[in-house]
Design a protein around this ligand. Structure first.
Ligand code: E4P
Length: 218
């Protein structure tokens, strides 16, 4: 299972990269705004800065919502760096744009996916990644993990190569359950990744080992 970090914060991306388990990064316009990155030149530079920190795929989202401008914007994003994946919203023109990018060998991430039908369309259009937002589904009393399992079944039934990128992940249990259900990737806040480290028995056990060592090695 691949781990992506879901942030535009360079310090957090570096921290995750230094941990040695990071496979990529996802951003979105809200995450860029949260870091105060505004204006075309700054946004472009920020994507390149992220690509220079990590070795894997970096999702950069188009702002346009019509086919022609999505294509224009996506092609410009893809030219920035070989690690850029063009993130496209799950709308009618988005599907057309994904099909176009796929025919040109440009990687895509179909975002804002909330149903199995949407995921099926993304795969048929040739998306590299599909992003079901499990946390946002949970927020409205709908089982986000159930969606991961439905998409896995459908993709396996037909051998679709589109990778299931579990998004809107909120905590460590989401990651574990996505791994059980066969999601290809989880994009997570740093806290969810480091949450996987934690267990009180590990902390207690280590404290005991160090104390016992110290007794005989003064
Ligand atoms: C990922 O690609 C999405 O942009 C992200 O996971 C959304 O997460 P949120 O629901 O926490 O905003």
């Amino acid at each position: 299972m691949k781990f992506f970090i879901d942030t535009a914060n360079l310090a957090q991306i570096k921290e995750a990269q230094d941990l040695g388990v990071l496979d990529g990064v996802t951003t979105n316009p809200s995450l860029m705004a949260k870091e105060g990155i505004t204006g075309a030149a700054n946004i472009t530079k920020h994507y390149v800065d992220i690509c220079n920190i990590v070795t894997g795929d970096v999702s950069a989202e188009v702002i346009a919502t019509d086919y022609e401008n999505m294509v224009k914007e996506g092609e410009a994003l893809a030219k920035l760096h070989k690690q850029i994946v063009v993130k496209v919203p799950m709308i009618k023109d988005g599907i057309k744009a994904i099909k176009y990018f796929s025919s040109k060998g440009i990687k895509t991430n179909c975002t804002l996916v909330f149903s199995a039908g949407q995921a099926l369309l993304a795969a048929k259009a040739g998306a590299t990644y599909v992003s079901p937002f499990i946390g946002r589904l949970d927020d409205v009393s709908t089982d986000g993990l159930q969606l991961i399992s439905e998409i896995r079944l459908i993709y396996d039934n037909y051998g679709y190569q589109t990778q299931i990128l579990a998004a809107s992940v909120r905590h460590a249990m989401h990651i574990i359950n996505c791994a059980k259900l066969g999601a290809d990737v989880a994009t997570c806040p740093l806290s969810a990744i480091t949450g996987l480290l934690k267990h009180p028995l590990t902390d207690n056990g280590l404290a005991q080992f160090l104390a016992d060592y110290a007794k005989g090695n003064k």
